[in-house]
Design a protein around this ligand. Sequence first.
Ligand code: FCB
Length: 454
Amino acid sequence: MTASFPPGFRWGVATSAFQIEGATTTDGRGPSIWDTFAAVPGAVAGGDTGEPAADHYHRWPADLGLLGDLGVDSYRFSVSWPRIQPSGSGRAEPRGLDFYRRLVEGLRERGIEPFLTLYHWDLPQALEDNGGWRSRDTAARFAEYAALVHERLGDVVDHWTTLNEPYPCAVAGYGEGRHAPGAKEGDGALAAAHHLLLGHGLAVQAMRARATPQHQFGIVLNQSPAVPVTDSAADAAAAARQDTLLRRQFTDPLFGGRYAPGLAAMFDGVSEFAFRRDGDLETIGVPLDYLGVNYYYRVHVADAPHREPEPALRTVADIGVDTSRLPDVPRTGMGWPVEPEGLTEALVGLHNRYPALPPLYVTENGCVYPDRSDFADYERITFLSEHIEAARTAAMAGVDLRGYFCWSLLDNFEWAHGYKHRFGLIHVDYATQARTPRASYRWYRDFIAAQRLG
Ligand code: FCB
């Protein structure tokens, strides 16, 4: 595997604010939609909340030490919007900005490049109270927030990601109700997807207006290729619908200069797409410096009847598909099928579909398996090495791939699953906050060191 990644290829790990920080009421932080959602009985497994998470807000110096020992050259993290604007708008809370400034300076001292994500799902609750991402105003608020962070950290951060995975924000959050804010809507969820993209474009424009030449702007999308379970025309059409909802709803406006063909027809009677305005496509399609791809699994799709026959009552997730028929391949502890070739397919597929595609990074990839008492997680090592190999295959096929980030540095709050599922290279004992590197941490450290030697 050596000498096969391009020179300067980045090796990193990823985290997000709400999943690791804890300290949800510290230093003026306001409530986010995930605080509200986690307080709803039954919404999150085990009744888990954003406390204590990995208490990274207080333990970041030790966590920087673990990053340094790991030997990564890049670290992807997110800024908590409700730490910067506790009620979603207005002047910045200096204590919030100072926290990220200290973190970033600590990274730089260790020679680790910060990859900052502005939005990893923790919308200030005050904005949700005004409609959340259903509302066009939230896109404008997001651009203002982006400008505040960029103004304070632009001299120490070069890589600026607007959104992490708008698909689950819109579909799991406003369609299925599995994620915050827990809504089950059709038109509202489609509006949320549109306004997330609009907010992305407005934020890039706002930051670029005062950027220096080394600043890079990008977005992160989850990319699960859709595979029909049979070769019937009906299943092929179902897979195309799934792909339109999960991928092309986002990638076509971002990189293709058009709304995804087929999206409006899929939601005939559900939405009139009245939230689209002249000029939005130009804003959304602002040229980018990179696209981050998060890959975990492929989706296997069969045609199925809509669950709700009446279009006006349908949620955005009800597109006439059955995604429960998995192939006979190994599964992770999340039940996700292990298919490394899906990562190659996702990267090569983007490269082939969009001539104007910017350079790519794999910004998340990782897995969960039950722990052994000695934290010898050989399954994770196999998973990571097979997926890195799949990324290499894409790079060899001509994809401009610039880096790979493993999800995740630490065990963390896995959204609606709470703390039960552990994605970390480092085990976290939530009662004591003790950190114990797993075998995969040492494997990744040695792997990165070997890459550097060539
Ligand atoms: C991704 C999320 C990330 C984490 C992984 C497992 O969809 O971006 O926060 O939960 O899944």
